[in-house]
Design a protein around this ligand. Structure first.
Ligand code: NDP
Length: 291
């Protein structure tokens, strides 16, 4: 049976570190860091993520605010909310929840975000800095995966890493981070048009899956002894359970965990790391203002 990589425990350690620093800021008479969330519409997953961010901000002593706009908010009003946050000195950083309603252009939104307050690495400047390995806010989910790997002492140098998924928020930036000096993996990215995906996956020492396909990755995609990281998250109807549903990832956990060396569970793996890294980014933005 594989070692279970405990993202919940590691994220709690990160949050304890953050809470300790916030306490010392408050003891010095300084204000707490402030993270804002903009959300338009009533997408269930986006709303529960926003709720979870508020709760976790409170847990570490941050101020949080949620700007919940309706799904038919005109583009101009959405952009003026971004402008308002850009100019509010008491807000250190913010994120914009996806998906955006169709009347709002993602290009206009990303261009308007202040790169200094861009906690999810949306702005092209931050994306470019990430590519160039310059100082920038790392996108929360890839940042969480990297922290999980580092804090679990998973060997990456010279290892073959296969990433499934090429989205702008997960797969692509994660591939850049795994390639960076200091991490030094040899990276391959697969997507929906990749041929021979199983064979490619079976060559991976580290397999990272972010395809949004519930439990698609079975043991025949996995090399014996590999490290397997599941970014996917899905709610599956299960009327027999008290909640009426269960959560799972893109990997068939019960089967794959018999074959690999280490694996992240869902829930309790990469998901908890995403919010912890969002808080870390906000603390970094706050610290920059202090100096
Ligand atoms: P997207 O839908 O934006 O991207 C999915 C990627 O997977 C695309 O590149 C797509 O290929 C590829 N893909 C889809 N199906 C297949 C397939 N059958 N074989 C190979 N590749 C495939 O998803 P996201 O990147 O936003 O999210 C991925 C997963 O991670 C989702 O389950 C999401 O819920 C979860 N997630 C979890 C987070 C966390 O905090 N843990 C945060 C963000 C997302 P192509 O480009 O060719 O279409």
């Amino acid at each position: 049976m594989a070692e279970i990589i405990d993202g919940k425990k590691i994220s709690e350690e990160i949050k304890t570190e953050i809470a300790t620093e916030v306490k010392s800021l408050l003891d010095r008479g300084l204000r707490a860091p402030h993270l804002a969330v903009i959300i338009a519409g009533d997408d269930g997953a986006a709303l529960s993520y926003a709720e979870s961010i508020e709760k976790q901000c409170k847990g570490v002593g941050f101020i949080s605010s949620v700007y919940h706009l309706s799904s038919n908010t005109p583009e101009e009003e959405f952009l003026s909310t971004i402008n308002f946050l850009n100019n509010d000195d008491e807000v250190d950083g913010y994120i914009i929840q996806m998906p955006l309603p169709k009347q709002i252009s993602i290009e206009k939104v990303t261009a308007m975000v202040d790169p200094e307050k861009d906690m999810d690495c949306f702005h092209p400047t931050n994306m470019g800095n990430l590519l160039l390995n310059k100082d920038c806010y790392l996108p929360a989910t890839p940042h969480g995966v990297i922290e999980l790997i580092k804090r679990s002492n998973i060997e990456t140098s010279g290892k073959k890493c296969v990433i499934l998924g090429r989205s702008n928020i997960v797969g692509k930036p994660l591939s850049m981070l795994m390639l960076q000096k200091g991490i030094d993996a040899t990276v391959t990215i697969c997507h929906s048009k990749t041929k021979n995906m199983k064979q490619i996956c079976k060559s991976a020492d580290i397999l990272i899956v972010a395809i949004g396909q519930a439990e698609m990755i079975t043991p025949d995609y996995v090399k014996d002894g590999a490290t397997v990281i599941d970014v996917g998250i899905h709610r599956i109807n299960a009327p027999e359970l008290p909640k009426g549903y269960r959560l799972c990832g893109d990997i068939l956990f019960n089967e794959v965990s018999k074959k690999c060396n280490a694996i992240t569970p869902v829930p309790g793996g990469t998901g908890s790391m995403t919010t912890a890294c969002l808080l870390l980014n906000t603390l970094t933005a706050y610290r920059k203002k202090l100096h």
